[in-house]
Design a protein around this ligand. Structure first.
Ligand code: PLP
Length: 374
């Protein structure tokens, strides 16, 4: 398969493309039948079946055809939602795929490094391990206002290790802290030409600050991860995206699987991004924020609770005198929360997702906060 290279083969790449793996310069990826721009009304170029599957519940939906590699309608809707150009956006199988693509496209196995600030979402380390990339850890600082990224230490570690990527999880999972947008910009400025700052905004809808996409015009070494899995309630659709410099998006596309967005998933996502659906989603987010405030206060007042961290996400990180007993008490009431005790610095902590008001009451009941109803 021949392909147009996403990265110029000749000469040194400039700008953010200089961060792409040297051995991928000139790499164009797989050229699928779907990516040829040809016209016709009898399509016999992709070895697809001539009839729908006999069991297909929607035979008119075109499921026998390979999907558009980047469904135009979905890309346009996501670009509108996130305030970027469609060319700055790559859709994939959740932001998990975007993390993996970023690591594989920029980091050479056995040589390069990424920087993360634990305790944090585990996929950065998993992708690094799979690619044979060194993981440089700059722990979050646990202070009076909750956890915070030590941005000076992160910058120094990135420069010292010649890291290609710095992952900022903002709001952080499981800690709930957001990185101030000015601080993201300052880090990107400090690492310009040296490393890409990846801002994972999986919980951005719950945060009270603007998205780092607002920094893209001024900084080509920022990439933002967004997903429909959390606030948009479409985790099963596996739709997430990376928003970045258009040339870098081209490189990531070349590294991606040929047909990464199944058409039933794209259709579901598009339905979830209609005006009415977005209004509903915003209302749900508002409810979550109210419940987050309520649950925070109620949990903080409980005996046995050491600390409830401020959160910009749809979850609360809670330290207990005895987290094992609290976990068991919740489980005995049928409530499953995330046990964080294996995470660095969180040996006494549980992460509790904000549920419906009734579900949150169940949490409080299980922990003995309210009089048990007869
Ligand atoms: C849940 C989560 C993701 C994964 O999102 P998908 O789009 O479902 O892959 C990414 N980053 C963080 C911080 C998360 O908590």
């Amino acid at each position: 398969m021949s392909a147009r290279p996403a990265v110029p083969a000749q000469g040194r790449a400039t700008g953010v493309l200089a961060l792409v793996r040297e051995d991928l310069q000139g790499f164009g990826g797989y050229r699928s039948a779907r990516s040829e721009r040809l016209n016709g009304d009898v399509w016999l170029n992709a070895n697809e079946a001539a009839w729908p599957n006999p069991g297909d519940p929607d035979p008119q939906a075109g499921h026998r055809r390979y999907p558009e590699p980047q469904p135009q309608g979905l890309c346009d809707a996501l670009a509108r939602l996130y305030g970027c150009a469609p060319s700055q956006l790559l859709v994939g199988r959740g932001s998990d795929e975007a993390i993996d693509l970023l690591v594989r496209a920029t980091c050479a196995a056995g040589r390069d490094a990424i920087v993360v600030s634990p305790p944090v979402f585990g996929m950065y380390a998993v992708s690094a391990r799979l690619q044979g990339v060194r993981l440089v850890e700059v722990p979050l600082v646990d202070g009076d206002h909750g956890f915070a990224v030590d941005l000076d230490a992160v910058a120094e570690a990135a420069l010292a290790s010649r890291a290609k990527l710095v992952f900022l999880c903002s709001p952080g999972n499981p800690t709930g802290n957001a990185v101030a947008i000015d601080a993201v910009a300052a880090l990107a400025r400090r690492l310009a030409g040296r490393a890409l700052v990846v801002v994972d905004e999986a919980y951005g809808e719950y945060a009270d600050q603007p998205s780092a996409t607002t920094l893209l015009a001024a900084h080509d070494n920022i990439a933002v991860l967004r997903t429909l899995s959390k606030a948009h309630a479409l985790a099963a659709a596996r739709i997430g995206c990376v928003i970045a410099d258009a040339a870098l998006v081209g490189v990531l596309r070349a590294c991606q699987a040929p047909y990464p967005v199944p058409s039933p998933c794209a259709a579901l996502a598009l339905a979830g991004l209609s005006g009415a659906a977005l209004d509903g989603t915003r209302a749900r987010v508002a409810t979550v924020l109210q419940e987050r405030t309520r649950l925070h206060a109620a949990l903080a007042a409980l005996p046995g609770v050491r600390r409830v961290y401020p959160s910009q996400g749809n979850f609360l990180l809670v330290r207990f005198d005895d987290a094992g007993t609290a976990f068991a008490a919740l489980l005995a009431h049928g409530v499953v929360v995330r046990d964080q005790r294996a995470a660095p610095g969180l040996v006494d902590a549980l992460r509790i997702t904000i549920g419906t008001p009734r579900e949150n009451d169940r949490v409080l009941d299980a922990l003995g906060a309210r009089e048990q109803a007869a």
